[in-house]
Design a protein. Sequence first.
Length: 132
Amino acid sequence: MDDLAARAFAAARTMVGAPFRPQGCDPATGLDCAGLIWAAYAIAGRRLARPAAYPLRGWPRWRIEAALADAGFVPVAGDARAGDVALIAHPAQQFHFGLLGPDSLIHAHAGLRQVVETPIDAAVSAAARWRI
């Protein structure tokens, strides 16, 4: 686990149980799905350009993808790697981020009000992936 993305996944794993907070970017006070990604990569050694004033819902896909690209991520196909960002499209054009691991996804779950690690399901398997 010496590459940046794998270190970011390992950092995200240490944040499991951190509280959920909209616009949150600090594990001590709370994280949302974007804040989790940015915090994990910062702990792994890379500060990313963070989108400002993003809404919890309502950004179109192109704007979310532009924010990922501005942070240095590129879309990828093929085998997933630890630390890839999953961009999950939910119904009604609501999007969610998580960090992929070998068999799991770490993400900030609004309903459970905390960062969780869950098995990879069909929605995650179908998600667009982005990588640094």
